[in-house]
Design a protein around this ligand. Sequence first.
Ligand code: NAD
Length: 260
Amino acid sequence: MSAGERVALVTGSTSGIGLAIARRLAREGFRIALHGFAPPEGVAAIEEALRKLGAPQARHFEADLLQPAQIERLMAAVAQDHGRLDVLVNNAGIQHVAPIDQFPPERWDAILAVNLSAAFHTTRLALPLMRARGWGRIVNIASVSGLVAAPMKAAYVAAKHGLVGLTKVTALETATEAITCNAICPGWVLTSLVERQLQARHAAEGGSREDVVRQLLVKQPSQDFVTLEQVAALAAYFVSDEAAQTRGAAWNLDGGYAAA
Ligand code: NAD
């Protein structure tokens, strides 16, 4: 598919999986609406890199996804700047690990807001823009935690299961249109989100980094991390015209994690 004038908004694309997806879509010629926290010089460097990769335009939009009013301003700004929105990747996410009886309620609220409610708001505001041009792709970055549970991750597991549910409802409500919605459910990918968990485990349990990584990967049968490029490639497939009848999928990309 030629991306042409098509515009892709990737939330949380200043680092990790979101940045990898933005880079992949830039290579395919999409105009990129970049989003996420980063210092100004970091944002400028990413915009420049995306343009060099092939994006006709790459511009950063600010919004704290904890605030629905800021999400509304984000979507209005993207629509105003580009006059269209063709691809929405709901990728931004946060994590907190604790047993339920010690889980800080404010962390629960924040995880549900960023990982789930933000995707509801961006989706409800993106659909009219996609319908106006009769084509659209929504890709939700869920997690293997959207398919199976793990202790200590009550909010994350609940939010990601919810995101898989939202994906299916969105797919059904758009089923007769050229608009699709699918979810990617990665296992462990080595990003800053996971690096923080590795360091917390290292601080709590000691041992070598190799030991901590081996322990982290114990539920991922391949015993290897999923790569950023592998997640980006699946996102690019969901965005492609070939995926027109792939609807409501929650595709595990997890080294066999969810199969066990
Ligand atoms: P990351 O920390 O590198 O990226 C998270 C992004 O979200 C950043 O750009 C950050 O600025 C943005 N963000 C966080 N809170 C925000 C807020 N309140 N407002 C606006 N932006 C905010 O992490 P990552 O590992 O690349 O995670 C990306 C997505 O992939 C998340 O949804 C995560 O749950 C999911 N995921 C990650 C893994 C993994 O192993 N890394 C596995 C499965 C799913």
